[in-house]
Write a protein that binds this ligand. Sequence first.
Ligand code: NAP
Length: 461
Amino acid sequence: MNKNSSNIMALAPNTSNKRETVCIFGTGDFGRALGHKLIQSGYPVVFGSRSTQTSSLIPKDAEVLSHAEAAQKAAIIIIAIQRQHYNFLTPLAEILHGKVLVDISNNLKINQYPESNAEYLAQLVPGAKVVKAFNTVSAWALQSGTLDASRQVFVCGDDMEAKQMVMDIVRALGLSPLDQGSLLAAQEIENYPLQLFPMWKFPILLSLGLIAFFFFYCLIRDVIYPYVYENKDYSFFIAISIANRICPILALILLALVYLPGVLAAIIQLYRGTKYRRFPDWLDKWMLCRKQLGLVALAFASLHVLYTLVIPIRSFVRWRIISQTVSLALNNKTEPLDTTNAWLSDSYLALGILGFFLFVLLGITSLPSVSNNVNWREFRFVQSKLGYLTLVLCTAHTMVYGGKWFLSPSSYRWYLPNAYMLSLIIPCTVLVVKFVLIFPCLDKPLTRIRQGWERNPQYSE
Ligand code: NAP
């Protein structure tokens, strides 16, 4: 009875300015770094360790005691020890009864154990109030003060009061607590630091696959074919010409792939007559990484711009212009200006410039600092309407570039069409389907479905 009342006293809100003592189990890297930061923020810190000898590494204002002695001095105990050693806590269960145990541990692999470390801790010490926190902050960032990238601290736990106490400590350390709900969220919070750019995996793998495909495609058409048939060595095309072919192709295909899942989702919703049925998993995942796909597309478009800027200083280009000029001079000939060609070339450049400008605008508005400052309607206007306009301009840029050779047999080598013709397949499909979807006979039911209307309601009143 006495023990419980002392624990309740310890959990009562602190009305004086004096900070409550915090106990840290484990004097390893994280324990010491956190202890240091807590002392700086005015918290008395006591360490619970297997060895009570202090060392020069341990903050000098902190006490080092045995686990049992240290636990008795504080209402909050931060467990800065790896999960595999948690069983040493079982004999301490009585002392830890009613205390707030903060689990900060991480694993080596995603979903390494069937239950989260925090839930495991709660099973080992059933009388304690377990809160998960701090696992996304690194010891190095705590110690060096470079917390900018990890200022947010995810916190979860079943006991509201215990969670509040931990969030107060997080705030006192100059960090921002983010309440993630009950202890059930712990597994997700533990997986978070183990993820390696999860949303970038698909766009990057897809880009690598497309680069490989188009590289070999262009190599066959632009280097191997002239070598076999004309005995010409164009291998130097690899450095700039082929790269400058692959970049715009990837930019256009990836931009179209940003809008393709939206079009597919619309078709699925129209077919099902409801928005209340989940999309297939692959479509859900695809939709979640649209921003990343768009940013990779923008990176390729920027490279295309850079490669294009160096074209006039390329030795091959200068040689070709000089040879043509000399040949005209030797034959005493001049070529009249072909205004159709001039129109095509200027329109192609203008479409490219405008498309790239809107592309950059889309990229800028996807930055969190910008998107946080526009409302939902403004964001949708930019990402959807301007996004489609960008796709239209970039597709038109490609079509005007090569349109006149589309049906010319000389542009096919070994029956292979020019690579940019392949790049037009997905963008044109997306634009045509989108065009069909804006017809009122499809747009109206789709808008109603997106507002919650169902063709065959599942739950009728
Ligand atoms: P560490 O340097 O290896 O320290 C772990 C501490 O645990 C040891 O110093 C030791 O303290 C104690 N310990 C070791 N074996 C024990 C046993 N059998 N029984 C009881 N105590 C034992 O590890 P760390 O980097 O500080 O990490 C500690 C925890 O914080 C881990 O769960 C880790 O996932 C988590 N974490 C670490 C970081 C980071 O940047 N390092 C970031 C986020 C989360 P005593 O010698 O004092 O007993």
